[in-house]
Design a protein around this ligand. Structure first.
Ligand code: MG
Length: 264
């Protein structure tokens, strides 16, 4: 075969480029080997890092973190709207800094949309016992309008356990029944990681952790999809969405107070 001078030059260039690539790969491999063969630290300073510095968060006398968005402090419904028709909230605003579900006017939801959050709220069943099972003081915290952490008066009131107080409704039985006596205030502290979607396809499910009166009742549970009363849960692609509180429509008279959220 007869090579022209141009062909030879091109072949040499290709060869050089290949050699460079091999050398580069060898260099990277060598570097990673050096990193791997790093000797075990002998001084405490060798494993100390100083950056990034976490922001300072203080907590006020009501337990509200300084970087929280206060959604309800008892003074007004400014952060809320009717889920039915986006009009003003008609639930009862009480003198003691709480709100109570107004029967059959529908759910309420935040005006803001949220993704992953740390949520705190307090809720109370009415002291008067009215009905049984799922119809006794049923409400619920719907994260992103879809994923319900059940609110129910389950004291001496059994129901299906995947729908009891503290359940992720019809998906996850709580690890414990941690309710205070009927008529007293409960706390929910919820850490929620929003699902992620690649177009219409789920790429990362949602996860929820719940503390009920300080007791861990949901431990990083992988949510199976939008809550269904009838049928299996399914994911539908969505972005940030409001937080919703449920009017179950059977005179539940559930009250809420001290609601704040930290975006994660
Ligand atoms: Mg409910």
């Amino acid at each position: 075969m007869k090579y022209t001078s141009i062909t030879v030059a091109v072949l040499m260039a290709v060869q050089l480029s290949c050699q460079e690539k091999v050398q580069e790969e060898t260099k990277t491999e060598a570097q990673s080997k050096v990193a791997q063969s790093k000797e075990e630290p002998t001084k405490p300073e060798e494993t100390e890092v100083y950056e990034p510095v976490p922001p300072t968060v203080t907590v006020d006398t009501k337990g509200v973190p300084s970087d929280a968005i206060v959604l309800f402090d008892g003074s007004n419904f400014d952060e809320w709207t009717s889920s039915v028709d986006s009009t003003a909230v008609q639930w009862h605003l009480n003198d003691d800094g709480s709100m109570t579900v107004k029967d059959k006017v529908g759910d309420i939801q935040t005006k803001r949309n949220f993704g992953s959050i740390q949520l705190h709220l307090e809720w109370k069943s009415p002291a008067e016992i009215l009905r049984d099972g799922q119809n006794r003081a049923n409400s619920g915290v719907f994260i992103q309008q879809r994923y319900e952490v059940q609110v129910l008066d389950n004291n001496d009131n059994p129901t299906y356990t995947n729908g009891q107080v503290g359940s992720v409704y019809k998906q996850s039985i709580p690890l414990a029944m941690a309710s205070v006596p009927t008529g007293e205030w409960n706390t929910y502290d919820i850490i929620f990681h929003a699902p992620e979607f690649d177009g219409e396809k789920l790429s990362e499910p949602a996860y929820v952790t719940v503390l009920h009166n300080g007791v861990l009742i949901q431990d990083h549970f992988e949510i199976e999809g939008t809550i269904k009363f009838i049928g299996w849960p399914k994911y539908e692609a969505h972005g940030k969405a409001p937080l919703k509180l449920q009017d179950h429509g059977d005179n539940s008279r559930v009250s809420y107070r001290n609601i704040w959220v930290r975006e994660l």
